[in-house]
Design a binder for this molecule. Structure first.
Ligand code: GUN
Length: 301
């Protein structure tokens, strides 16, 4: 029911959870064909250093996703006190293992370990996170590579929901190496999805709302819960919320998950929007699975 005083809109919900389940079925079919032909399945290895609660959840979800599609997976759990040298040694062993196609080291790492040294130590042909300089360079040049998992997942979400990007103004908020910057590059590339005019905003941007209100596609990856409010969104825009913060709450878990976008006020204005949870998060895992499958295919070509 509508009345004259309440604004009711029908923002399309970009359901990453549902779409990811559909894509997992597609990947599982490909894996089944591989295994039926007598070959080993794709194999993803993950290294988790320390006890960070969110990282443990992410790695567990990645393992479960591997199981769902029929990949082999190996999880190496290392103590928070593990030395950088020992971690680099483990990476070298996995790089040399011909039965492993993809390797991720879950970030963040304990302070005494250089994230840069670690990500650069991974064999670029097994770097299914797409964090190695070689793969970042290829992405920047528009060459075929491992696109880092979250941007890759968002690209597929836009693609599968037929969101037009060509000639549109895409505003990315956040310039991280994992999401914001690669996302800005992908949206400006000469491809579909892509061909957008891109503005990259960040913590030093003045009058942020003036930019976000110009966005046909607004991608927010700041890590600040409910930072973007409905008044910052252009009517009809597509809003992609990459944030997933644990905010203290008086419930059994002790927290609730919040995106960077204030959902209700933005959904009332947007044409399409991703929920948190169940939007970008599950699509990130799809990006990782697809990169692992691609690595497998390249090494078994
Ligand atoms: N920490 C947060 N996001 C990611 C990711 O996509 N990959 C890894 N390895 N660590 C992360």
């Amino acid at each position: 029911m509508t009345d004259s005083t309440t604004q009711h809109t029908n923002a399309m919900i970009l359901n990453g959870k549902e779409l990811s389940n559909q894509i997992k079925v597609e990947i599982a079919e490909q894996v089944k064909a591989i295994v039926d032909s007598g070959k080993r399945p794709p194999h993803l290895a993950a290294i988790l250093v320390g006890e960070d609660g969110a990282s443990k959840t992410y790695v567990k979800n990645k393992e479960l996703a591997c199981e769902r599609v029929g990949f082999a997976s190996t999880l190496l759990r290392l103590d928070a006190s593990t030395s950088e040298e020992d971690l680099l040694q483990k990476i070298a062993e996995i790089n040399a293992n011909p039965d492993i196609d993809g390797l991720i080291v879950q970030l963040p790492l304990p302070k005494h370990i250089s994230e840069n040294k670690v990500t650069q130590a991974i064999d670029p042909t097994k770097d299914v996170d797409g964090f190695h300089d070689v793969n970042v360079g290829k992405l920047t040049k528009g060459e075929d590579t491992f696109i880092s998992a979250t941007p890759y997942g968002i690209i597929q979400l836009l693609d599968r929901y037929n969101i037009e990007t060509s000639g549109k103004h895409c505003v990315v908020v956040g310039r991280s190496n994992i999401v914001g910057r690669p996302m800005s590059i992908l949206m400006s590339r000469s491809d579909n999805p892509g061909n957008s005019t891109v503005t990259l905003c960040h913590s030093r941007t003045k009058n942020l709302g003036d930019f976000t209100r110009m966005a046909d596609i607004l991608i927010v990856a700041l890590g600040r819960p409910e930072f973007v409010t409905g008044d910052m969104v252009k009517p009809g825009a597509t809003v992609i919320d990459v944030g997933i913060s644990r905010v203290d709450a008086d419930n059994q878990r002790g927290y609730v998950l919040k995106g960077d976008v204030e959902y209700d006020s933005c959904a009332a204005v947007a044409g399409a929007i991703t929920p948190v949870p169940g939007g970008v998060g599950p699509m990130t895992i799809i990006g990782l699975l697809q990169n692992t499958l691609k690595s497998y295919q390249l090494r078994n070509a």
